[in-house]
Design a protein around this ligand. Sequence first.
Ligand code: FES
Length: 127
Amino acid sequence: VTVEYLDYEVLDDHGWSLGDDDLFERARRADLDAETHGRFAVEPGETLLEAAENNGFAWPFACRGGACTNCAVAIVDGEMPPPVGHILPEELIRRGIRLSCLAAPITRDAKVVYNVKHMPDVAEFLL
Ligand code: FES
């Protein structure tokens, strides 16, 4: 599984939004640093958070157990199983919000915005 990632914090700076169809094309053109935008492979058995860490990135987390929402990501393209036994409300699940500490994308390619704990709708559920 290959994941292309983007830091939610740059969306604000550039006036981009999660719903923009060409969000990742804009990110590619913007020449962002590797911390903010790039790709990595997720190995079998890894969660998305572990894969990020194993590739040298410090993505946010706290509990690693589905209870705090700090590790939330938005799936823009691809599929990732909704977490089981978690804190996220159905409405956010429907909008593609997932917990990176519990799972990884299951499609061969996925586009993921991390750091969405800073998104107001998600921040409400932060513990
Ligand atoms: Fe707490 Fe994932 S780190 S829900």
